[in-house]
Design a protein around this ligand. Structure first.
Ligand SMILES: C[S@@+](CC[C@H](N)C(=O)[O-])C[C@H]1O[C@@H](n2cnc3c(N)ncnc32)[C@H](O)[C@@H]1O
Length: 204
């Protein structure tokens, strides 16, 4: 698994460059909207770094050492003051009620226990704080879900653990967040398959 993780981290920015221009508006709607003391979970190589324009303080959490190496390099060359923490979203090493904003982009598909991560985010948010998310999700149509079901095992292998068919919105709505606002849409990546996505926010 470690070699595949190294490989995924090594090629992530290049692979992502195929869709990055389409993803930028959603980085702006999540990282770009965060304010105050901000935590990003699963920062990867730091693709959201330029979009945290209103954060008072920024903590970037990443469990994977190969991603972390790239993240540290990007943060260092940005000259921004960022706290980088090596940890998992399932067990956030922070006290209750300490962040104004928490951001995930393309992460909840990869975590081991998505319910636990979403409830940990709720725990560390201050009352009134906001969780901003941009994720790909389970398809609405039966045909889409069948396709996701077929592709899921191969996709998980190729991406070191990304799940195609998670009901992220259902899980957020099953946690005591208030004011859940979201748009769902299909991201067209230039191939005949479109990818169901969600972008939104939820308050504590
Ligand atoms: C597809 S990448 C997304 C990176 C970045 N957020 C972006 O938008 O480009 C998913 C990231 O989630 C991280 N990740 C995987 N499992 C995690 C977990 N349990 N807790 C926190 N991050 C995790 C991976 O190491 C990887 O860096």
């Amino acid at each position: 698994m470690s070699i595949s993780k190294w490989f995924f981290a090594e090629w992530y920015d290049l692979l992502n460059s195929v869709v990055e221009s389409k993803v930028i508006p959603y980085r702006q709607l999540t990282a770009g909207k965060s304010q105050g003391d901000t935590l990003e979970i699963g920062s990867g190589t730091g693709a959201n770094l330029p979009y945290f324009v209103s954060a008072k303080s920024l903590t970037m959490l990443e469990p994977d050492i190969h991603m972390m190496k790239k993240l540290i390099a990007r943060v260092n060359s940005s000259g921004k003051d960022v706290q980088i923490v090596k940890s998992f979203g399932e067990n956030l090493p922070f006290e209750d009620n300490c962040f104004d904003s928490v951001v995930t982009t393309l992460v909840l598909c990869m975590v081991e226990d998505v319910e636990k991560v979403i409830s940990e985010i709720y725990r560390v948010l201050k009352p009134g704080g906001k969780f901003f998310f941009y994720e790909h999700i389970v398809a609405e149509s039966l045909r889409g879900r069948m396709l996701q079901h077929l592709l899921d095992p191969m996709w998980k292998l190729a991406t070191t653990g990304c799940h195609l068919k998670r009901d992220i919105l259902g899980i957020i709505e099953g946690t005591p967040y208030t004011e859940v606002e979201h748009q769902t849409f299909n991201l067209n990546v230039g191939i005949p398959i479109t990818i169901p996505n969600i972008v939104g926010s939820a308050s504590k």
